[in-house]
Design a protein around this ligand. Structure first.
Ligand SMILES: NC(=O)C1=CN([C@@H]2O[C@H](COP(=O)(O)OP(=O)(O)OC[C@H]3O[C@@H](n4cnc5c(N)ncnc54)[C@H](OP(=O)(O)O)[C@@H]3O)[C@@H](O)[C@H]2O)C=CC1
Ligand SMILES: O=C1O[C@H](COP(=O)(O)O)[C@@H](O)[C@H](O)[C@H]1O
Length: 592
């Protein structure tokens, strides 16, 4: 019988039964290997430090050792190249059984549990993980916020947001009931150590003397981040396991405020306890980007200035800022979408091959590419703001019609920008970004436009503009996840007419399994201590360094955004921006 821990089961269930989801230089675990592998836990005491060591033994000899100092993050140790493990979980996982079974617990506290994100995303994601048996055996979920609520009221609130997986509805009600029984609530102020100490007592009761691992999810407005981290860290940290904090965006408004936030968080937390979330990194197709690039021979040789003419990162929503305009007006679309979600995708897209799939190796490569980028200039940016528009008898409100937005607000709800990476691979290739609210459709996609075929024998056989006859690889992140490649093809018949057609990998047609929500993946990663999809502080610095000068210029010059009607394709300025580099936005070309 398998004795894998819950999350190991979940990962292996989702990928392959004998290897980890990520690799980590790991070797596949054969059944004989499992038998030979004996993990032991020992505690050592030196002058001032407590060392807790998990040793994976093989035939009486040390095969791998994972050491945690003062119960902080384990250090990676390699012995004889046999196995590389970065956490006790990996050691036990590789060994095939859980040395801490029945001895450890995970408590997840959602700080700001009464809020929009908690209801919309965090509790449903936690339920989905529970549903898929991905949460550890001993877990407890606490909601924490100032609002007064009983456990029953929290459960009632959460139950209204839960949905079941399409393919397994039968026992859903039962699962929900069990899940809700593991959810509790504690009301407190975000700046009260006493209130967090009360939470600590409640957590201890639920942990029942087991090793306590604690995850705090900061789902509160940014002005509360530091207080909440101070109080959680001083009054409710785990005494004998790990303590991790997921921090939601925005991580500051510019380079300076972001650095100040990092500095204040680091008064209470080590960098490796901070999990800065960018939920786009948890999306299935963003996760697949590296797989596409690095595990297919056909793409990587083309992935450079030699063959790629432009790369486009496009985000659009067909609704406005309704409900979140109070937050949005202080940030705008560049900070809301470009500086984080689109830039993170760009970094993954453009980075060099990492040494391994280890979090630090990947994040090192992302930082390198971000630091090779040219800070944005004012002339490389177009901004817009949506206005009221009547369509089919329905009048859609303009951005400044929202009561929480000042009438003279210059906050952009749309932006397009051209970025450049000044390195050998990407020199001169325009990376075009476009993000907007209240546009004609909802989509997030990456478009890779390839160069012309030199001396193309078939130029005269295209019915359409030759400019549209170049190959384009489209990675559609959402909706209707797909990867398709536009190729030129002969129209069947006696003549010789060519047209562009799609080689299409449409996920819904290829895979029957429902795609997990990004928050599910990221929460599971945080529980497992996997940092690969979270933003390291130097990545964040590099991202802000790129955008801060232009954001300041736009604000200082009080640049007036170009108007565009609600539900339109955005301001025309975006077309001119692309045209300057002899490029067209791929999403505006009619696709067959
Ligand atoms: N909602 C979304 O779609 C997204 C949100 N985010 C980020 O996630 C975090 C949470 O977002 P969201 O849930 O929308 O935020 P909310 O505005 O809903 O705030 C969450 C909770 O924080 C408390 N709160 C609200 N305002 C204040 C304040 N001024 N001072 C102290 N406490 C306050 C409230 O709880 P109580 O009064 O009970 O204490 C509220 O229920 C934010 O940082 C946001 O930027 C990121 C991506 C998307
Ligand atoms: O972070 C944010 O993302 C959402 C879009 O996320 P999605 O997963 O629904 O595509 C966006 O609406 C919001 O403005 C922004 O803060």
């Amino acid at each position: 019988m398998s004795t894998l821990s819950s999350s190991a089961h979940c990962r292996s269930f989702c990928s392959s039964p004998s290897s980890s989801a990520y690799g980590h230089n790991r070797i596949a675990v054969s059944s004989t290997f499992q038998k030979q592998f004996v993990p032991r836990k020992v505690s050592l005491q030196s002058n001032r430090k407590t060392w807790s060591t998990v040793v994976c033994m093989q035939d009486g000899a040390v095969a791998a050792r994972v050491t945690s100092i003062e119960n902080k993050t384990p250090l990676k140790k390699l012995k004889d190249g046999l196995l590389s493990v970065t956490s006790p979980e990996e050691c036990k996982d590789a060994a095939g059984f859980d040395i801490n079974k029945d001895k450890s617990s995970v408590s997840i506290t959602v700080v700001g549990a009464s809020g929009d994100l908690a209801k919309k995303k965090i509790f449903p994601a936690l339920f989905a993980l529970y549903y898929e048996d991905c949460l550890p055996e001993h877990f407890t979920i606490f909601g924490y916020a100032r609002s007064k609520m009983t456990d029953a009221e929290l459960r009632n609130m959460v139950s209204r947001t839960l949905t079941c997986r399409i393919d397994k509805r039968e026992n859903c009600g039962e699962k929900m009931e069990h899940f809700l029984k593991r959810c509790f609530y504690h009301s407190g102020q975000y700046d009260s150590q006493n209130n967090f100490a009360e939470l600590d007592n409640k957590l201890k009761e639920h942990e029942g003397g087991r090793v306590s691992n604690r995850l705090f999810y900061l789902s509160v407005p940014p002005n509360v981040f530091t207080d909440a981290v101070r109080c959680a860290s001083l009054s409710a940290s785990s005494a004998n396991g790990w303590t991790r904090v997921i921090v939601e965006k925005p991580f500051g408004r510019d380079f300076e405020s972001s650095s100040a936030l990092t500095k204040s968080l680091k008064q209470y937390l080590e960098e490796d306890q901070i999990f800065r979330i960018d939920h786009y990194l948890g999306k299935e197709l963003v996760e697949n980007l590296s797989v596409l690039r690095f595990s297919n021979l056909i793409f990587e040789p083309l992935w450079s200035r030699q063959y790629i003419r432009s790369v486009q990162l496009i985000f659009s929503e067909d609704f406005g800022t309704e409900g979140r305009a109070g937050y949005f007006d202080n940030y705008g679309i560049i900070r809301d979408i470009m500086q984080n979600h689109l830039l993170q995708i760009l970094a993954l897209f453009a980075m060099e091959t990492p040494v391994s799939l280890d979090a630090e190796d990947i994040r090192n490569e992302k930082v390198k590419v971000l630091r090779s980028m040219r800070p944005l200039e004012l002339e490389d940016v177009v901004i817009g703001q949506y206005k009221s528009h009547t369509l089919g008898g329905v009048t859609y409100p303009g951005y400044t019609d929202d009561k929480t937005v000042p009438k003279d607000s210059l906050t952009p709800t749309f932006a397009a920008a051209t970025l450049f990476i000044d390195n050998a691979r990407w020199d001169g290739v325009p990376f075009l970004m476009k993000a907007g609210k209240a546009l004609h459709d909802q989509r997030a996609e990456i478009r890779v436009q390839f160069r012309h075929v030199p001396g193309n024998l078939y130029n005269r056989n295209f019915a359409a503009d030759i400019d549209q006859a170049t190959n384009e690889l489209v990675i559609r992140v959402q909706p209707d996840e797909a990867i398709y490649l536009k190729v030129n093809n002969k129209v069947p018949g006696l003549g010789m007419r060519l047209e562009s057609s799609n080689l299409n990998l449409l996920y819904a047609a290829r895979y029957s399994k429902e795609i997990p929500d990004a928050y599910e993946r990221l929460l599971l990663d945080a529980i497992e201590g996997e940092r690969r999809l979270f933003i390291r502080s130097d990545e964040l610095d590099a991202a802000w360094a790129l955008f801060t000068p232009v954001l300041k210029m736009l604000e200082e010059k009080k640049t007036i955004p170009e108007c565009y009607p609600y539900g339109s394709r955005g301001p025309v300025g975006a077309h001119y921006l692309a045209a300057r580099y002899n490029v067209r936005w791929g999403d505006l070309v009619l696709e067959k």
